[in-house]
Write a protein that binds this ligand. Structure first.
Ligand code: ARG
Length: 400
């Protein structure tokens, strides 16, 4: 008896997930492996990946085109939440995991599988995200993670695959581990493992080096409706097109690179490089529009929620009750976050230079230092007396 009869495996076409196919069958006695590849806008041909799974021994090879769902239901809510893990990483990889988990759970039900599987190792965040999301969606479904147990080195994994006719990767020399989708690229390993070493230019694919960016600034305008980006330069765009075009224009100016040492949930610090041009600028622009349309107390309170939200997503708790509660809060705050933000892109910088909204709470009559000032200056004195009273009393008691 094997560990399962029929398994749905999350499949990327890479070495690890390909080797999982023969490994599950040979070592763990699985009868049938059904692979599932998700199109998340990574810009890869899915047909060769679909065929590679069959060549590697899959009984069935599924491809799910979920780019639109990914953008609308995972990326856009994260933008509304201004989600940045450790104040920097916009969760481009983390956001894809709960969606892939949902696809696995649905496919397992459709094809009568008694387990699902993924190719994550035991050191990363992604294993946590898959396992917890799957448990949330179907607590009775078994999750198999061969790469967490097989103990093979990179070389051994490739050699194992070759025994079963799995072609080793084209660029055997590439030492990097790269995850990619429409939102961005996450790059780790190789020379990047030394946090003192500057990332070599070759690792980047979506953003230009500052030396190669245009010598003239470029202005763009992003329009939002209730916290959702809808327009680029006045033109209404489909969510996928909006992200695609924005990645292009923002990346051209060298904006969107992140080089950070981050704290993984499993306790390890890791050096990670991200390229997230559109996502990063969208969060900045969204925040900018919120500064115009949210009251001070909501804006300040939301900052704390955003931090909690980012940690939940990073730590694999997308389908958790606290996350659902935060979603409700954030959704409520977005009702009037509509308008346009103007951004100047130049030499690696995205500077927010203008913002406007028909829901703007900015009042020129109150803000102006000019003649038409409507603010009651005399009222300030009484306000300050009351505001400062506790401090005054405290001082009198302690400084006597
Ligand atoms: N550290 C990031 C995260 O946990 C990205 C990991 C992606 N994997 C990779 N092969 N670079 O979300």
């Amino acid at each position: 008896m094997g560990r399962a009869n029929r398994v749905v495996l999350a499949y990327s076409g890479g070495v690890d997930t390909s080797v999982c196919i023969p490994y599950l069958k040979q070592e763990w006695g699985v009868q049938e492996v059904i692979t599932l590849a998700a199109n998340l806008g990574q810009g890869e041909e899915l047909e060769p990946i679909r065929e590679k799974a069959l060549k590697s021994g899959a009984a069935k090879s599924l491809v799910a085109d979920v780019t639109e769902e990914f953008v609308k239901h995972y990326a856009f809510p994260a933008i509304q939440a201004n989600a940045l893990y450790e104040n920097r990483y916009p969760l481009s990889t983390a956001l894809a995991r709960p969606l892939i988990a949902k696809l696995l759970v649905d496919a397992a039900a459709e094809y009568g599988a008694d387990a699902v599987a993924h190719g994550c190792t035991g050191k990363g965040n992604d294993q946590v995200r898959f396992d917890v999301a799957i448990a949330a969606l179907n607590p009775n479904l078994k999750v198999l993670a061969p790469a967490r147990e097989w103990g093979m080195s990179r070389e051994e994994t490739i050699a194992y695959g070759e025994r079963f006719g799995i072609a080793s990767p084209v660029k055997k020399a590439s030492p990097y581990s790269i995850d990619r989708n429409l939102l961005g690229r996450s790059i780790e390993a190789g020379s990047l493992e030394d946090p003192w070493v500057e990332p070599p230019e070759e690792i980047y694919a979506m953003t230009k080096a500052i030396g190669d960016t245009p010598n003239e600034p470029e202005y763009i305008e992003i329009g939002f409706e209730q916290g959702i980006p809808t327009h680029l330069n006045g033109q209404s765009l489909h969510p996928i097109d909006l992200i695609t075009q924005l990645n292009q224009v923002v990346g051209t100016h060298g904006v969107g690179r992140i080089d950070m040492v981050e704290n993984r949930l499993v306790g390890i610090k890791s050096r990670e490089i991200y390229e997230v041009p559109a996502l990063l600028v969208l969060i900045q622009a969204h925040r900018e529009l919120e500064s115009l349309t949210l009251t001070a107390d909501v804006a300040h309170y939301k900052r704390g929620m955003e931090d909690t939200y980012s940690q939940l997503v990073y730590n694999g708790l997308w389908y958790s009750p606290l996350k659902a509660a935060l979603d409700a809060f954030i959704h409520q705050t977005q009702e009037r976050v509509s308008g346009t933000v103007r951004i100047k892109l130049f030499k690696g910088n995205a500077v927010m230079v203008g913002r406007q909204s028909s829901n703007s709470l900015y009042s020129p009559d109150l803000a102006t230092y000019g003649a038409d000032d409507q603010f009651d200056h005399k009222a300030a004195e009484g306000f300050i007396y009351v505001w400062g009273l506790p401090t005054r009393v405290w001082s009198q008691r302690n400084k006597g």
